[in-house]
Design a protein around this ligand. Structure first.
Ligand code: AHM
Ligand code: MG
Length: 361
């Protein structure tokens, strides 16, 4: 066992970073880790047993649920209920938030927003899927926690993470002091620290977006696509296109290799497709903690004020330089929100300042 540090050991060790911590957040992270191992077991044998296929129910977004979505949802809610640290779970799979009302959770202080199985339309063909979670401290101090406790800005997250059920299963999380990744060793059934202090390269050459939606993209995204596809040796263009269609897997790869993931607004999804509370905010927190950027094309994802549980947003997330270029083009060519943008200077000046010039007309 020498040299191995398990997730449990790491969490306890890191508790010392928070001098007044009573171990509640650590227990919550542990509960999520345990549930994800159970989900991993089922995802791994999905091709073998009769658990695949639609469960016959629709979630609030009108999307068909897969059976494993339902299974994962139940596992996480049940782990958070028996763990005793969580008072509300907001999940992609339930129309309303779930109040945890168990004797052990009477004093629970934490809210968990979760996408129990993201990318689940990929399960039938053995492509990587993931779990995404975000943890907040409840704001109200008495009575039962309410929707207002859930609708907090991403900057208020105390922790966030994802699990990728891929060729290996990994859990990656942050508590605002960097990002660490753990790989599940199936022989001992433990997540072991494998990627300490993860940092996203400031620039990269991978872009990930569903180009099939091209005709519906905002002009700024169309220009960005042109930019990444133009030959320019100095900036290593054309870039490489990689799109799995599982946000967790696409962002995980870009986190390691450098890259940008974009899900913009489209004519079909005018507010974007991905959900702020349990998809975009947690991924944005992780990527920022790793040194990257996450924006809705104009402003920081983490500063969006949520007004509803299943709110959607556009997202541009990844390596700092790449997101800056995309934002600059959004500003220049899709500038209906110019006044809100973090950029007030001209695009060209900004690009030149970053050492990135040419290729955009
Ligand atoms: P889901 O939560 O219903 O699985 O949808 C989220 C997924 C992301 O993982 C993925 O990046 C995106 O939707 C793919 O959407 P599209 O098929 O429109 O490209
Ligand atoms: Mg999802």
């Amino acid at each position: 066992m020498s040299g191995i540090k398990t997730l449990g050991q790491f969490i306890i060790e890191k508790q010392a970073d928070f001098p007044y911590a009573k171990g509640e957040l650590s227990r919550l992270l542990r509960d999520i880790g345990i549930a994800s191992k159970i989900v991993n077991r089922e995802v791994n044998k999905a091709g073998l047993v009769d658990i695949l296929g639609a469960a016959g129910t629709m979630n609030i977004q009108g999307e068909g649920q897969q059976k494993l979505d339902v299974f994962a949802n139940t596992q996480f809610i049940s782990a958070l209920t028996s763990g005793g640290e969580c008072c509300i779970v907001a999940t992609e799979e339930e129309d309303d938030f779930v109040k945890i009302d168990s004797p052990v959770s009477k004093n629970a202080k934490y809210i968990v927003c979760i996408d129990p199985l993201d990318g689940s339309s990929n399960i039938d063909c053995n492509v990587a899927v993931g779990t995404i979670f975000s943890i907040y401290r409840r704001k109200s101090t008495n009575g039962k926690a309410t929707l207002q406790d859930v609708l907090q800005k991403g900057t208020e997250q105390v922790a966030a993470g994802y699990v990728i059920y891929g060729s290996s299963t990994m859990l990656v999380y942050t508590t605002g002091k960097g990002v660490n990744g753990f790989t599940l060793d199936p022989s001992i059934g433990e997540f072991c620290l494998s990627h300490p202090n993860m940092k996203i390269p400031p620039n990269g050459n991978i872009y990930s977006l569903n180009e099939g939606n091209y005709v519906h993209f905002p002009e700024g995204v169309k220009k960005y696509l042109k930019y990444v596809q133009v030959e320019d040796k100095a900036t290593n263009r054309p870039y490489t296109s990689r799109y799995i269609g599982s946000m967790v897997a696409d962002i995980h790869r870009n986190l390691i290799k450098g890259g940008i993931y974009i899900y913009p607004t489209t004519a079909r999804s005018p507010k974007g497709k991905l959900r702020l509370l349990y998809e975009c905010n947690p991924m944005a927190f992780i990527v920022e903690q790793a040194g990257g950027i996450a924006s809705d094309g104009f402003n920081r994802i983490l500063e969006i004020e949520p007004t509803e549980l299943h709110q959607r947003t556009a997202i541009f997330i990844g390596s700092e330089h790449m997101v800056h270029v995309a934002e600059s083009l959004m500003l220049e060519f899709s500038s209906e929100r110019k006044s809100e943008s973090r950029y007030i200077s001209g695009t060209e000046a900004k690009l030149e300042q970053m050492g990135i010039v040419g290729g955009i007309d």
